[in-house]
Design a protein around this ligand. Structure first.
Ligand code: ADP
Ligand code: MG
Length: 359
């Protein structure tokens, strides 16, 4: 028997295969309204309420580097990335379970600092840290968080549900997380070079990172957009579909389109890019739009909305309309600033296990 490398099918191909194996377990649960395929699983609690649940892993050297990550920020991010998935369902978080695996060299203070970050951030989201698991790790630090939340059934917003004519909107600015990572990786390499040559790495050799603060903050300390969920509730708006931007705008919009069976047309000139991301892209001779399209980790919300709700969101300073949903046969198009149409499917997003040659 020959074995297929996971890189042949990528992260999403693998999830599809897992999904078909576990499908029978879901079929016996009529109250499970959504299983694999959305930002959260959705379980009906009563005729009017649902519970949503999500889990995300943070692995040392895959998701974070202890050389460039303050521990309190690490704890905070572990909570925020999960709460972001709850927000992507137009729901609010209730409680979290946190599991942690630690190498034997880790100190008590290390763990306490990470948990202080988690606790502070969970408090901000009105979320209880209600349990978890602790283990030794033979490799690096592993943090696994599960967050459960609740919503009224009629407000739940899936990735499916977008229809031709709907407006495509994003919150905040994009590209900051990828730009911040570029700067942090450069700084790490400078640090390692100094260490290699037995030199001191201190304030004198450190770049002045102040001018990159917004981008670095977006990378290390993202915020889940619970404020947007509250805004929707206050204004009685329910988007037709929603996802949080964890893999990059191109890939996450493609998820909405695939699940909804529609196409999309967005305009490059309308994508809100963090201004510091533009400066950083210039420095690295990159294109900041690519940071937004395929960098990921901005944890902003991407949603679609009936045009009649435009007036309700128009005055919100942090919501931008970037395009429109189209029929499926129109595909996924990005009009660049010169008016040329680019197929968004040719622009990848973040994908674990992707073959190096593909990006
Ligand atoms: P997100 O970026 O929103 O966290 P993912 O891309 O990680 O979403 O996952 C997409 C979907 O696949 C989700 O519904 C998630 O629950 C499911 N999924 C991912 N990995 C697994 C797995 N190993 N087993 C079962 N379901 C999974
Ligand atoms: Mg998500």
């Amino acid at each position: 028997m020959s074995f297929k490398p996971i890189s042949d099918i990528g992260e999403f191909g693998l999830i599809e295969r897992i999904s078909s194996i576990v499908a029978p377990t879901c079929e016996t649960k009529p109250r499970l309204l959504e299983g694999i395929g959305d930002d959260c699983a959705v379980y009906e609690l009563s005729s009017s309420t649902v519970q949503v649940a999500t889990t995300d892993l943070l692995l040392e050297q895959v998701h974070f580097d202890l050389l460039t990550t303050p521990l309190q920020h690490l704890g905070s991010k572990a909570i925020s990335v999960n709460v972001s998935d709850i927000c992507a369902m137009n729901a609010k978080p209730s409680y979290a379970l946190v599991s942690i695996a630690l190498p034997s060299k880790a100190s008590v203070e290390f763990v306490e600092t990470v948990y202080r970050g988690m606790s502070e951030t969970a408090t901000r989201y009105n979320t209880a840290l209600a349990g978890g698991d602790t283990s030794a790790s033979s490799g690096g630090v592993v943090i696994s968080v599960m967050v459960a939340g609740e919503a009224e059934k009629e407000r739940i917003t899936y990735r499916k549900g977008a229809e031709p004519g709907d407006l495509i909107c994003v919150t905040g600015t994009l590209g900051g997380a990828a730009a911040g990572l570029k700067v942090l990786m450069r700084e790490k390499n400078i640090m390692l070079e100094h260490i290699k040559h037995g030199e001191k790495y201190d304030k004198d050799v450190m770049s002045n990172l102040e001018e990159y603060n917004d981008a670095i903050r977006q990378q290390l300390l993202p915020s889940a957009r619970i404020d947007i969920v509250e805004f929707f509730h206050r204004h009685d708006i329910t988007p037709t579909s929603m996802i949080d931007i964890s893999d990059g705008l191109a890939s996450d919009l493609a998820h909405i389109c695939k699940r909804s069976g529609v196409g999309a047309h967005i305009e490059e000139g309308r994508i809100p890019i963090l201004s510091q991301a533009r400066h950083i892209a210039d420095e690295f001779q990159d294109d900041a739009v690519n940071y937004a399209l395929s960098g990921g980790e901005d944890y902003e919300l991407l949603f679609t909305l009936k045009e009649e709700h435009f007036s309700a969101i128009a005055s919100h300073p942090d919501i931008t309309v970037i395009g429109k949903i189209t029929p499926a046969e129109k595909g996924l198009l990005l009009s660049d600033i010169y008016g040329m149409n680019i197929d968004l499917k040719t622009i990848g997003g973040f994908n674990h296990f992707r073959k190096k040659a593909q990006g």
